[in-house]
Design a protein around this ligand. Sequence first.
Ligand SMILES: O=C(O)CCC(=O)C(=O)O
Length: 222
Amino acid sequence: MNVGSEHKLCVLKAEYDRDGFVVVRGFLSDAEVRELRGRALPLADRMTSEDHSAGKYKNVMKSLHHYDSYLDAQLKRGKHVQFLEQLLGGEVEGLSVAWFGRPEGDPQGIGPHIDAVGRDGDSKGGVTIWFALDPVNIKNGCLQYLPGSHRQDYANVMPIPNIDQESTDVIAAELEPGDAVVHSARTVHWSGGNHSDEPRDAVSFFYTCPGDSVVHQASGFH
Ligand SMILES: O=C(O)CCC(=O)C(=O)O
């Protein structure tokens, strides 16, 4: 996708501002997906065997950029950085690269949460761009969002209580490899278990927005 087109950017920005997340189709080329997979998955495998996992989530590895120079460069200067800055209308600062695996048959999803909260209610906080490395869908545990939730205040706890995950308002971000979904750190999101026989791998990049007058609290995942 040519995300440089001003009209497309305006459409994506309007959607992001309204819903607190936006799907960007075909952000990465096939070659870029191969490169990201080739860097992240073997590293995640190695880290799994050394047990670096994020608490109770054995298929989540954060801070990958500390172990791989390509991922570190992507966090700082990947083509998505300029895109995020255009989308948000301000600078972003890279905090972490994470692998979110959901192997076939893994029943463990991730409950409703936000990624960070600001001190003031109207802060944009941070932003995550999540790249699908496999086809991701409701059956293998894609991300799901509560649209507009970025405009409300939720506790930075996991799971956030009393979220109706069956609500007809909920949007499932079903993606193909190379598609991305961008969400505000204030948007309530979650993912289900993998009830399919296909793996679901993803890599996310998490940024704070230094221009916002906010104290950031990164979640357990970032
Ligand atoms: O990939 C997932 O299942 C969850 C990802 C997530 O919560 C995030 O990127 O903030």
